[in-house]
Design a protein around this ligand. Structure first.
Ligand code: PEP
Length: 247
């Protein structure tokens, strides 16, 4: 399986930020892993144009569950694909928290992404209170089950395990904790989707940076990372790409 280094720029990035992409592609023209950046929607088309013919893939950070219609301010999966995106992040904890997205919303959006030919990067993860209460596997298992439609394949689905308390905080679970959740996710996906699940990429996300990437990528069932803050600078994201390429 080709591993995946994915970056989520969140609500960061102006046209001038595309210089980071120029620098990233100059430093890593042929990485040993897949490389994906998900900029804000305003930059998807420009970044996709910049990335055309390169090793970089471009994705959105959300899409609507419907393909078109009267939904002011929203963006459809087909629009992302039309702008040059190949992927879309769905069910990020910030969307679940800020916009009240439910697992069912995520499941409908995932279906819409697939209908538009996009790879869905579906996020799951527990809060700190849920981890402290010993509910981590139950929470991510329930999210995984309810957020995915039938028909998931290694080609159309990537899962990102992102503990909510590790996002943007500089804190990460222990390596054993990450390995436990990833092994559990693989088993759950295998129980539902069979052998296909062996090829689904399971990303870890939450304060991944150049200094901790190598030890995280050495874990079984960690097939890459979803990176927030450290994806904004070519030097940091490039170092993570290099660590994954070497894993
Ligand atoms: C994220 O936004 O998905 C994320 C993991 O953020 P950070 O790397 O900044 O913790």
């Amino acid at each position: 399986m080709r591993k995946l280094a994915a970056g989520n720029w969140k609500m960061n990035g102006m046209a001038a930020s595309l210089s980071e992409v120029t620098a990233l592609l100059a430093a890593h023209p042929a990485p040993g892993c897949e490389m994906l950046l998900c900029p804000p929607a305003t930059l998807v088309a420009a970044m996709a144009a910049q990335a055309r013919g390169s090793a970089l893939q471009v994705g959105g950070q959300d899409c609507h569950a419907k393909l078109s219609g009267a939904h002011t301010g929203d963006i459809s999966a087909a629009m992302l694909a039309d702008a040059g995106a190949s992927h879309v992040i769905l069910g990020h904890s910030e969307r679940r928290a800020d916009h009240g997205e439910s697992d069912e919303d995520v499941r409908m959006k995932t279906g819409a992404a697939w209908a538009a030919g996009l790879v869905a990067v579906v996020c799951v993860g527990e809060t700190e209170a849920q981890r402290d209460a010993g509910q981590t596997l139950a929470v991510v298992g329930a999210q995984l089950k309810a957020s995915l439609p039938e028909g998931a394949t290694a080609a159309n689905l990537v899962i990102a395990y992102e503990p909510v308390w590790a996002i943007g905080t500089g804190r990460t679970p222990t390596l054993a904790e990450i390995a436990e959740v990833h092994g559990f996710l693989r088993a759950e996906l295998t129980a539902r989707f069979g052998a296909e699940a062996g090829g689904m990429r399971l990303l870890y996300g939450g304060s991944v940076k150049p200094s901790n990437a190598t030890e995280i990528f050495a874990l079984a069932d960690v097939d890459g990372a979803l990176v927030g803050g450290a994806s904004l600078k070519a030097a940091d994201f490039g170092a993570i790409v290099a660590a994954l390429s070497a894993a």
